[in-house]
Design a protein around this ligand. Structure first.
Ligand code: FE
Ligand code: FE
Ligand code: MG
Length: 161
């Protein structure tokens, strides 16, 4: 990365890169959880949910790209081995073993709630010290908040009989 670009970061860059790699692991797992969930899901009202899951999986993949770009900008290396995704993840992975629409929604809502908290923490960590990462975490968190709301709205619709 550029010398001054790194100088202006007022926090331990190594620690920051670790946190960004943790978020990167979370995004890949979230991407796959949505992607495979959209494939295996079953239930009468599945079509609207599938559309949302596919959109969200694309968003998570885009987030992974933003994180990897920032890691490289900070002269770090994004996780190179998928084995590290589960090892380094903060929010973990919930395999959609039960394909019922409601079960899949509940699993993904939990994931989004974890993501919102994780990005809030990253914002707190970088506030007034690394505006670029702060802004990125803000943008991603805004998507995660939208994701949670989308899924909870679908969950609510399913419960109205
Ligand atoms: Fe995300
Ligand atoms: Fe999300
Ligand atoms: Mg959505």
């Amino acid at each position: 990365m550029g010398t001054v670009g790194k100088e202006i970061v007022g926090i331990d860059v190594k620690k920051l890169i670790e946190k960004l790699n943790q978020a990167l692991a979370d995004e890949w797992l979230a991407y796959y959880q949505y992607w495979v969930g959209a494939k295996v899901i079953k239930g009468i009202n599945k079509d609207a949910v599938i559309a949302e899951l596919i959109q969200h999986s694309a968003d998570e993949l885009r987030h992974a790209g933003m994180l990897a770009d920032r890691i490289i900008q900070l002269a770090g290396t994004p996780l190179l081995d998928p084995k590290e995704w589960t090892e380094k993840s903060g929010c973990g992975y919930s395999a959609p073993k039960d394909p019922a629409v409601l079960k899949i929604l509940i699993q993904n809502i939990k994931g989004e709630q974890c993501a919102i908290k994780a990005y809030k923490k990253l914002m707190d960590f970088t506030k007034d010290k690394d505006e670029i990462t702060y802004q990125m975490a803000f943008e991603i968190m805004r998507d995660e908040v939208e994701h949670e709301e989308d899924l909870q709205a679908l969950e609510e619709d399913l419960k109205i009989k």
